[in-house]
Design a protein around this ligand. Structure first.
Ligand SMILES: *Cc1c(COP(=O)(O)O)cnc(C)c1O
Length: 359
């Protein structure tokens, strides 16, 4: 189907082409309603049906248990860095594992509302975390988008401190062990849909703890009670997210379907790319093998003077947005759910050709 280039953007990121094509076909008239989804009342029958299907499909895909509410909010991942403490930091104690750039931002933001303790820095095993038993919650970022670090297993916290997980950049790329989670949030623009929608999965017993300063539109209990319609939700973004969920439900690979299938393809894609980087003395990925991200793969050319030539050549071959984050430099290939195996193969063959030419 595709003659489009392969887009390795870290976010907003590529969406499945099938989803974009369907949205285009439905743009002027959604299912005979005579309206674009953008023009519908969020309280009308048409949009409610879109919303309910999206919620149901997401719950099914990730096997979200009935004692979790799924909220479709606004404010993005950084918004949640403030919204979470305003909702959960009842006694004002927040523990944070700083494993990279995003969790560091979370710690800084939470410190505006609570006493924050950084219980570990870098990727340390849970036994070494200097946790407080009476913290209101413990925050981790389960996939550090900039540093390329991923938790391949969520920590099992002893005691009753809820685990809060920023899973913005790998939600739906794999299953989530809900028995270990109190709350998880994800901005949509990496793996789910357009920027603007923020998914929040919150265990019901954590509702109703908000601080008085928490704005009503960001109060989880208020939003949950109104089924995400306390104020106008990001309707078009929810619609696109819903199309992505349908795409995922139908997705099959290696004899599997749904999230199991996409997870297997993500494993295969990552193995292919890390394998090529590790086999070469020309490129360099610096993340230890036990916490390498399947989604975001930063790498460096050992001769950084070749960076501009590398990026220009990539673009010529239809390999877009490979430049690394400005804070760490180098390159980064983000290979989210929507990136086909062919895209990673095309990148690997470019890596090899460029090395032959310049190595
Ligand atoms: C992209 C990202 C964010 C930031 O999301 P915004 O929508 O820009 O606020 C937060 N956390 C992680 C892990 C991310 O990858």
């Amino acid at each position: 189907m595709s003659s489009r280039p392969f887009n390795f953007s870290a976010g907003p990121a590529a969406l499945p082409e099938e989803v974009l094509a369907r949205a285009a076909a439905e743009m002027l008239d959604w299912h005979g309603s005579g309206m674009s989804v953008m023009e519908m009342s969020h309280r009308g029958r048409e949009f409610i049906s879109i919303y309910e299907a999206a919620e149901r499909d997401l719950r099914e895909l990730l096997a979200v248990p009935p004692n979790f509410r799924i909220l479709f909010m606004q404010g993005g991942g950084l918004g949640e860095n403030a919204i979470v403490p305003m909702n959960l930091a009842r006694t004002g104690r927040v523990d944070v594992v700083v494993s990279g750039s995003w969790s560091k931002k979370s710690a800084v933001e939470a410190a505006r509302y609570a006493d924050v303790k950084v219980v570990a820095e870098g990727f340390a095993p849970v036994e070494q975390w200097q946790r407080r038993d009476d913290a209101d919650y413990l925050h981790i970022c389960s996939n550090e988008t900039i540093d390329g670090i991923e938790f391949h297993e969520l920590p099992q916290l002893s005691g009753s401190v809820p685990l809060v997980v920023d899973c913005s950049s790998h939600v739906l790329s794999r299953f989530i062990d809900w028995s270990r989670v109190g709350l998880a949030f994800a901005g949509a623009q990496k793996n789910v849909g357009p920027a603007g929608v923020t998914l929040v999965f919150v265990r019901e017993d954590l509702l109703g703890r908000a601080l008085p300063i928490c704005p009503s539109a960001f109060n989880y209990a208020t939003v949950a009670a109104a089924d995400s319609m306390f104020n106008t939700p990001p309707t078009y973004g929810i619609y696109i997210a819903g199309l992505v969920f349908q795409w995922l439900k139908d997705f099959s690979y290696a004899g599997k379907t749904g999230v199991a299938a996409i997870e297997q393809r993500n494993i295969d894609k990552a193995a292919l790319l890390y394998g090529a980087l590790d086999a070469s003395g020309f490129y360099d990925n610096r993340v230890p093998a036990n916490c390498r991200s399947r989604m975001n793969i930063p790498f460096y050319l050992r001769d950084e003077r070749l960076n501009d030539a590398f990026l220009a050549g990539a673009k010529e071959r239809g390999l877009l947005q490979l430049k690394g984050h400005k804070s760490v430099g180098g390159m980064r290939a983000s290979i989210y759910n929507a990136m086909p195996l062919e895209g990673v193969k095309a990148l690997v063959s470019y890596l090899q050709d460029f090395e032959k030419q310049h190595g």
